[in-house]
Design a protein around this ligand. Structure first.
Ligand code: MSP
Length: 649
């Protein structure tokens, strides 16, 4: 007997947040769909997710909430688990970095790497971005002293620290990447990572002493392990690595895929493999970075819009539709813009018109013309061969993309078959066959349509786990008679003589205008609630300055004449602004909230006399003002009646 093949997939472990949005949900939905797909194909698939609970940021937030860090994270983790349950995420394990099983593996690895001389004590002096939990050198920050990733202020960190000798492994890493060209996906990210390492890999600071919410360094307990060193280890601690029961580790490691968004590919494709190299553990097979789901108008925040809250969306549109939309919308490796309009369009076109309607018209015709019974006829039509050929090719066409984690194209392949079947209805015109008494042909046509629906439904089930039950009920099938995995895909599996049972549309059309109106009202209510809740965290007011200090700052109205993204800096936009009759370039950390085209033509406010700095190689001459609270941010617009160059006082 051949041994069952394994497939181990992970999502990043999430920072505990009660604001997980549909962007976060993308990674888990994609991983879940991938796991279900592999199971359908006979794999022993194992899916890990969890939470990343240590670090300065959590300690600060817990203190603000008047709780111990553990109380704080416990409350939030329960909410995250129920969100995954709602979205039908069937993970095999949920690891928390506060689990003892995890903490001891981190300590064990830290000790091992220290004992072999790859971790050493020194003094850290540099910059730290707490929201990103990332260290930066002066060189990486340039002169602006803002985080190059998120554009927020960084803090000076000067403390005794342990360092991990990453530099020692740079050549080995490059050799590994050379020998394993598919390790980092997509290719654009791979090239980025290679050039990052080729620029020179510095040793990584892997301990902190200025706070204590973390895993203690086993041989020097005033230090806690740097949160990323801690977090990455979850992928093996969850499997029991280094414990008495390491059966799962032996079975599933190396991971087949670590899936994540592009913002954390560096940690997964450079730091993690080097930790593993140092520890003498096999490297994962692949790390795949997807793009970001971008929200418009800062709608990512709770106060601004429950429209992007996955719970609200799932209640309004159904879990299957949300999952389908997420996977269909995000092209491989690219960013996608989220809008409720796009979601409604996807439901109305792909699900209601194409798939749902294929089922409705098929069952309606079988009912009307054939007394509700599906049975192949003794004669076929000239259009059958083409439909059957596509049906036969579709599983492999889909698999080609699924196997490289390209869910959007995989779904598109299945939808080609749906479209082909709808065209087949028009070509064969069953109503005419019925009218002309060509019953045998009619029976074959209806059988073929029902069989395509069966195949499509099996193929799409990993993406939409609830749809099959609804379709089977209308086609007169059950999970057993229809089949649920790839062994059931052979053409002709639809049991002849089945009696159908017509039902309501499986994806009712959405009245877009009404749905958007409801959301706008709900968002407005949420905003009022959020304001009255006053649960927002205000930053403390800075120390007093004099009017003379203030007068040194020259604030002006400017007009955005051009805007573009900056390569390899996902959070930054390069703006060309006009003021006082001239143009200049400003780099602004607002790309997560604004697309370039949203800004062109807007009048904003600029700090006009700020000393220019270079950010990601682009000289920024000034700073654009934005209002922000927590994660909410919006540029400050100046009145259009004042010409660019006008003063702001
Ligand atoms: N805790 C770290 C990961 C440690 S893994 C060893 C972390 N957590 S996170 O909660 O901030 O983000 C988790 C993941 O959510 C991101 O990597 C990404 O996969 C996903 N996303 C967060 N925002 C997203 C979008 N707007 N769009 C798509 N995915 C996004 O990073």
């Amino acid at each position: 007997m051949t041994e069952q093949k394994t497939f181990y997939i992970t999502t990043p472990i999430y920072y505990p947040s009660d604001k997980l949005h549909i962007g976060h949900a993308y990674t888990t939905v994609a991983s879940d769909a991938m796991t279900r797909y592999k199971k359908q194909r006979g794999y022993d698939a194992y899916f890990l997710t969890g939470t990343d609970e240590h670090g300065q940021k959590i300690q600060q937030r817990a203190a603000e909430a008047g709780q111990t860090p553990k109380e704080f994270v416990d409350g939030i983790v329960a909410g995250i688990k129920s969100l995954w349950e709602l979205l039908d995420i069937q993970y095999d394990d949920f690891i928390r970095t506060t689990d003892e099983r995890h903490e001891q593996v981190v300590q064990q690895l830290f000790q091992k790497i220290y004992d072999q001389g790859d971790i050493y004590k020194s003094e850290y002096s540099g910059w730290y971005c707490t929201p990103c939990e990332t260290f930066f050198t002066e060189r990486q920050l340039a002169e602006g002293h803002v985080c190059p990733d998120c554009g927020r202020p960084v803090q000076l960190a000067q403390e005794e620290s342990y360092f991990f000798k990453m530099s020692k492994y740079a050549d080995r890493w490059l050799e590994f990447i050379d020998a394993n060209p598919d390790f980092i996906q997509p290719e654009s990210r791979r090239n980025e990572m290679i050039s990052f390492v080729k620029q020179g890999l510095e040793d990584l600071c892997v301990s902190r002493t200025t706070f204590d919410w973390g895993i203690k360094v086993p041989f020097d307990t005033k230090h806690v392990v740097y949160v990323w060193f801690d977090a990455l280890v979850n992928y093996i601690s969850a499997l029991g690595y280094g414990s008495d029961n390491d059966e799962k580790f032996r079975k599933y490691w190396p991971a087949d895929v670590h899936l994540m968004a592009k913002d954390i590919i560096r940690f997964h494709s450079i730091i993690w493999p080097i930790i593993l190299m140092a520890a003498g553990i096999e490297l994962p097979k692949k790390v795949v970075a997807h793009g970001w789901l971008l929200m418009q108008d800062g709608k990512m925040s709770k106060s601004k819009g429950n429209v992007v809250d996955p719970v609200v969306l799932a209640e309004k549109y159904g879990v299957d539709a949300i999952r389908f939309f997420l996977l269909r919308e995000m092209a491989y490796g690219m960013d996608a813009n989220y809008s409720e309009e796009a979601l409604i369009n996807c439901i109305n076109i792909d699900l209601a018109n194409d798939y749902g309607n294929l089922l409705s018209r098929t069952t309606a015709m079988v009912d009307k013309f054939l007394g509700g019974v599906i049975e192949p006829g003794t004669e076929g039509t000239e259009f059958d061969a083409d439909l059957l050929a596509l049906a036969a090719a579709t599983p492999e066409n889909m698999a080609k993309y699924m196997d490289k984690m390209d869910a959007a194209n995989a779904v598109a392949e299945v939808w080609k078959l749906v479209a082909r079947a709808n065209k087949y209805v028009d070509e064969t015109a069953p109503w005419a066959l019925n009218k002309n008494g060509e019953t045998e042909k009619l029976k074959t046509v209806m059988y073929n349509l029902a069989e395509v629906l069966r195949q499509v439904t099996i193929l799409i089930s990993p993406v939409m786990p609830h749809v099959a039950d609804k379709v089977w009920a209308q086609l007169g099938l059950t999970a057993e008679t229809a089949g649920s995995d790839w062994t059931a895909l052979g053409w002709g599996g639809f049991p002849a003589g089945t009696k159908i049972q017509r039902g309501e549309p499986i994806f009712p059309r959405i009245d877009a205008e009404e749905a958007l109106k409801q959301s706008a009202e709900a968002a407005a209510e949420a905003e009022v609630d959020a304001e009255s809740e006053a649960a927002v965290e205000y930053l403390p007011i800075k120390p007093e300055i004099t009017i003379e200090d203030f007068e040194k700052i020259d604030l002006r109205v400017c007009k955005v004449v051009a805007a573009e993204k900056i390569k390899k800096a996902d959070k930054l936009l390069k703006l060309t602004v006009e003021l006082c009759g001239e143009q200049r370039t400003v780099v602004s950390g607002i790309a997560m909230k604004y697309a370039p085209e949203d800004l062109v033509g807007k009048q904003l406010i600029i700090v006009a006399n700020l000393k220019p700095v270079k950010l990601r190689g682009v000289e920024s001459h000034g700073m654009i003002l934005a209002a922000s609270l927590g994660e909410d941010m919006q540029v400050v617009e100046a009145p259009c009646t004042i010409l660019p160059g006008g003063e702001v006082r």
